[in-house]
Design a protein around this ligand. Structure first.
Ligand code: 3H9
Length: 706
């Protein structure tokens, strides 16, 4: 018997416990252990039934995702199907007792049991599509037999978890067990002892008629193409469920296996698995030990009630942390609170929150005009207008008023954290918490480490990001930090392309087709073109003479076209902020290019994508080498969660690895020749390309060296 699976006896019921921390994944040894345990219980005449349960915090979170990489690099492939048939064919009833999660292979295992009982807080689901694959152990065949075709399609194509109560209503769970799960499951097992065992695969009553299924499947395919643009796995999951409706179980499983393998070997799946592990990797900071003491954050203050400050206040109160929201005068504060209320009202309207939830959250925000109550808070987030002098004043005030152990954070997106920290007597307490707009929606939180930020402050902010429902990525203190520093060259190229003759819509469309949520020019309109214009004016003295600078957005701003807020920017906007092409703009662009002496030409979608995406990659490589990002994967996670980069491409650095660094490097060398110094290849990129290596390998080497 494998030590990952234990068998004990509760009189006449065998208890099979899966014990493979942290999440009881079906790693090698676990399926073998379950198989042997089923045999043992069937061979023991004193045992009448079995309960399968997970040890620790969960039932089974699925197949071991780490194993997939081994399979795609030529390792052996182990199918779970024979085990699941073995369980289903057991003469004695097998009851699956679910707490925590039964996800992926975990739910497939549960569905092979004759019965399923669950704690009310448990969740079940087939989240494989989020990894670019589909259920590969009969999930697409057994699930529609238990919950019907429509729900199975939804669960497998969207991958969302289903709470136990809903699963019980669907017939996927046979009984909810309040209180202790194991005794409840054992009692249930005794109730069903001696009855004929129901096999999921033998059921057909929920499989629907061909006409009903055709409607469901067609609608699901249309929905997947729209909502999960360019993704292969949702369509494959729908195909597999369609097979369940048309083929006998065994043939359906064969169809599923083929679709599963196609997905597993796809670039999309490799990228999404990289993202799964990357999202967890970014929480690990090599020089901040896991056991670093955390500062309790139970009460927070936010300075500045503008768009960012208000959004940040919402983030904290949504997580149940009370907030003092400060601004300089009554009208500004009222306007800030008004925006927060409006924001919540629209969430209630869209069904995201209940009115009761919103009322409770609003109660947690205390608007204030002075720093008086700041002496009680554990953390302050400053979100005032982006200007160094103002920020320094605010931090000097905070230094005077706040407790010595309070965290002083700035939401600056561009300014030097060390300079801000120097305005205080406690730079170790100062850190950047760069939220992305809209703060209450975007998942990314760049946590900017100052030279003197203490480990406790860093560890607390990383931990806090989870509590706030954000993904925190630690970055170094350089201009623009990681995300915006890379976004500069990306948007610079978008402007250059337009100045060289590409159409505004053509540039945006090429990047949307690549998979980005939005094109770079439309993004500028959304953020406000004047923001960058002001920053460029502030930093103009730092520009090297003789280096080409984009001018198109400066010209647009000079004629009052700031983007959506002025209903004109790169596009024209109606009252619902819907964009349309501005037919007058091409003539203006031709005029501006002629004045700058830039010849215009036809530009392909391929060049648009290469110029914009490789500008990201080249800057990312510099950032990595300079140590402002800990790993290439950190950059990827930033881009996926803060900049709408498509997850199925794994992030800019993973995408470059997938294309091949040699190819990316060569293309950058071509751009260097054509466009000059701005395209000088990053030394790290050159080295990796010449050595035939990848950014992922660079990450592994860094981890090994740490
Ligand atoms: C599948 O089942 C395919 C099948 O059809 C069969 C085909 C043949 N494998 O998320 P956490 C690690 S595909 C390996 O921080 P939480 C995770 O990396 C699978 N490792 O905890 C982390 O490691 P570390 C379908 C896994 O409490 C640690 O466990 N299933 C797996 O916030 C803790 O994870 C899924 O997609 C795994 N399956 O959330 C479910 N799962 O500490 C994926 C987790 O070293 N998992 N780890 O960084 C989850 O959704 C969440 O982990 C879960 C717990 C909700 C379970």
């Amino acid at each position: 018997m494998s030590n990952l699976v234990r068998v004990s006896k509760e009189n006449d019921v065998a208890v099979i416990t899966i014990d493979n921390p942290p999440v009881n994944a079906l790693s090698p040894g676990v399926p073998e252990g379950i198989w042997a345990a089923i045999d043992e219980m069937n061979d023991d005449p004193a045992v009448k039934a079995a309960v399968v349960i997970g040890s620790g915090r969960t039932f089974v979170a699925g197949a071991d995702i780490k194993e997939f990489g081994k399979v795609t690099s030529g390792g052996p492939r182990r199918s779970l199907l024979p085990l699941l048939l073995h369980i289903e064919d057991s003469a004695k009833p097998v009851v699956m007792a679910i707490h925590g999660q039964a996800f992926g292979g975990g739910l497939e295992l549960a569905m092979a049991g004759h019965y399923r009982v669950a704690s009310p807080t448990a969740q079940v689901g087939q989240p494989e599509v989020k990894l670019g694959i589909i259920p590969g152990a009969g999930g697409t065949q057994r699930l529609p037999r238990l919950v019907g075709v429509a729900k199975a399609v939804e669960m497998c194509a969207e991958g969302k978890p289903v709470p136990a109560r809903e699963a019980a209503a669907l017939g996927l769970i046979d009984r909810l067990i309040e209180g202790d799960l194991l005794p409840g499951a054992v009692a249930f097992a005794r109730e069903v002892t001696g009855k004929p065992v129901p096999k999921t695969r033998a059921r057909a009553e929920k499989l629907g008629t061909p006409a009903e299924n055709a409607t469901i499947i067609t609608a699901a395919r249309d929905g997947a193409r729209k909502k999960q643009r360019n993704l292969k796995a949702p369509l494959a999951a729908i195909d597999a469920i369609e097979a369940a409706t048309k083929l006998p179980f065994e043939q359906g499983c064969q169809a599923e296996a083929k679709l599963f393998t196609d997905c597993l070997f796809s670039d999309q799946s490799k990228a999404l698995i990289h993202v799964f592990f990357g999202e967890r990797e970014v929480a690990k900071i090599p020089d901040v030990p896991k056991e670093t003491p955390l500062i309790p954050v139970n009460r927070v203050a936010v300075v500045g009630s503008g768009t960012m400050g208000g959004g940040i206040a919402m983030v904290f109160v949504n997580a149940g942390i009370p907030v003092l929201l400060k601004d300089v005068d009554e009208p500004t504060l009222d306007a800030g609170m008004g925006k927060i209320r409006k924001n919540y009202a629209s969430s209630v309207q869209r069904g995201r929150f209940t009115q009761a939830f919103v009322d409770e959250r609003l109660q947690l925000i205390t608007p204030v005009l002075s720093y008086d109550a700041f002496a009680d808070v554990d953390m302050v987030v400053e979100a005032v207008f982006e200007g160094m002098a103002l920020k320094k004043d605010v931090f000097a005030d905070l230094d005077r008023i706040c407790r010595s152990d309070a965290i002083l954070a700035s939401n600056t997106s561009t300014l030097n954290i060390d300079e801000i920290a120097a305005a205080t007597s406690r730079p170790e307490a100062v850190i950047g918490t760069h939220f992305f707009s809209p703060a209450n929606v975007m998942r990314l939180l760049e946590i900017v480490r100052g030279k003197k930020s203490s480990n406790e402050v860093i560890a607390t902010c990383m931990q806090l990001s989870k509590k706030l429902g954000k993904i925190g990525v630690l970055v170094g203190n350089c201009r623009g930090f990681v995300g915006n520093r890379m976004f500069g060259p990306y948007r610079r190229e978008a402007q250059f392309l337009v100045e060289e003759g590409a159409g505004v819509e053509a540039v945006d469309q090429a990047l949307v087709d690549f998979g980005n949520a939005m094109g770079p020019l439309a993004t500028g309109d959304l953020a406000g073109l004047d923001v960058g214009w002001r920053i460029r004016k502030e930093y103009r003295h730092l520009e090297k003479p003789g280096i080409r600078q984009p001018f198109a957005e400066d010209r647009l701003c000079e004629i009052g076209r700031y983007g959506q807020k002025t209903v004109r920017g790169w596009y024209l906007y109606d009252e619902n902020r819907r964009a349309s092409a501005d037919l007058e703009l091409p003539a203006l662009l031709r005029k501006w290019s002629a004045e700058a002496g830039i010849p215009r030409r036809q530009i392909s979608a391929e060049e648009i994508v290469d110029r914009c995406i490789y500008a990201l990659v080249n800057e990312g490589a510099r950032i990595l080498e300079e140590g402002y990002a800990l790993r290439a994967v950190d950059i990827d996670i930033i881009y996926l969660n803060g900049y709408g980069f498509p997850a199925y491409r794994g992030g800019p650095m993973w995408h470059a690895d997938t294309v091949g660094l040699k190819k990316v490097y060569q293309r950058i060398c071509e751009f260097h020749q054509q466009h000059g110094e701005l395209w000088a290849p990053a030394p790290l990129l050159k080295r990796l390309a010449e050595a035939g290596k990848t950014f992922a390998e660079f990450d592994k080497e860094q981890v090994a060296a740490a």
